[in-house]
Design a protein around this ligand. Structure first.
Ligand code: CP
Length: 316
């Protein structure tokens, strides 16, 4: 398999074969990470810069760990202390860093499309760590790996994605990935939290949790993305939890072996019951975090390999 892309900007650009290749390699890294032998040298001598313009725990930490486990020199830019605060633009910041010859730039930005724009200006591999409401490709890939390991396959599954779909890049990347891999996707949530033009997504839409969860294999809960809301989308958190918060009773409508997922960060008692989130017989939330490191190792591995196969200096 040759990885065609020079950057990882979204699931939209990946073929099912490429998705499978990333997951197969990530599976190997997941096994390696569980063993005592956690260090490789594939990225030795390469420089990875993490630029997070939005808060992150899981994604930033796992990209840093992934780079270090592969031998890269990893630098985390403290964006709050950077010259962005003095008015420097995103593009000027990227060009400045580009002049220092990094090999991998990992970028999270609050504006949809900002990471794609940045990728046009630099001559190293850019990985999208989440841009606005647009995409969060490595989250969808780690979710896919978690599902595949739990269910033994990643096709012909009924997957429910529940909650704030409208503001969620995680939902968008997951819809794209799960659709490409021929799964049946249900979106469950209040109409105020459904994106416009939902008919174009090739999904089934439910307003009622119990109806939507009937016979699903996977239940993926989402956080209310308050930082992206500019008005009242729900009457109250209490009412929202009553109607859309996942608890044992609502989960009983799904298949008996349905797994519970959440990309994090979680708001316990808002979109999910805390005890259910911690129930290791149903919840795979900690496995999702674990798979995050393996998937990010695989993505950087394949991007560096793809770049080495290209003449130096050639850009997308
Ligand atoms: N899932 C996710 O992107 O989490 P962080 O915001 O903590 O990176």
């Amino acid at each position: 398999m040759t990885f065609r892309a020079q950057h990882l900007l979204g699931i939209e650009q990946l073929s099912p074969t490429e998705i499978t290749a990333i997951l197969d390699l990530a599976d190997q890294y997941a096994d390696m990470n569980r063993s005592g032998r956690k260090r490789g040298d594939l990225l030795a001598g390469l420089t990875q810069i993490n630029m997070f313009f939005e808060n992150s725990t899981r994604t930033q930490a796992s990209f840093e760990i992934a780079g270090k486990r592969l031998g890269a020199d990893v630098m985390n830019m403290a964006m709050q202390a950077s010259s962005i605060k003095k008015g420097e633009t995103l593009i000027d910041t990227a060009l400045t860093l580009n002049a220092m010859h990094p090999d991998l730039l990992v970028v999270r930005h609050p504006h949809s499309g900002a990471v794609n724009l940045l990728a046009e200006k630099v001559n190293c591999a850019v990985l999208n760590a989440g841009d606005g409401r647009h995409e969060h490709p490595t989250q969808a890939l780690l979710d896919a790996l978690t599902i595949r390991r739990a269910k033994g396959r990643l096709h012909r599954l009924n997957v429910a994605i529940c909650g704030d779909i409208a503001h969620s890049r995680v939902a968008r990347s997951n819809i794209l990935l799960l659709g490409k891999m021929e799964n049946r996707i249900r979106l469950i949530g209040p109409p105020t939290l459904m994106p416009a033009q939902i008919d174009h997504f090739g999904v089934e839409v439910y307003e009622d949790m119990r109806e939507g969860l009937a016979d699903v294999d996977v239940v993926m809960m989402l956080r209310l993305q308050r930082e992206r809301m500019d008005g009242g989308f729900i009457p109250s958190e209490r009412e929202y939890y009553h109607r859309y918060g996942l608890d044992t009773e609502k989960l009983s409508h799904a298949k008996d072996d349905a797994i519970v997922m959440h990309p994090g960060p979680m708001n316990r008692g808002v979109e999910i019951d805390g005890t259910l989130a911690d129930d290791i017989n149903r919840s795979v939330i900690q496995e999702q975090v674990e798979m995050g490191v393996a998937v990010r190792m695989a993505c950087m591995h394949l991007l560096v390999e793809a770049r080495n196969a290209q003449p130096v200096g050639v850009m997308v």
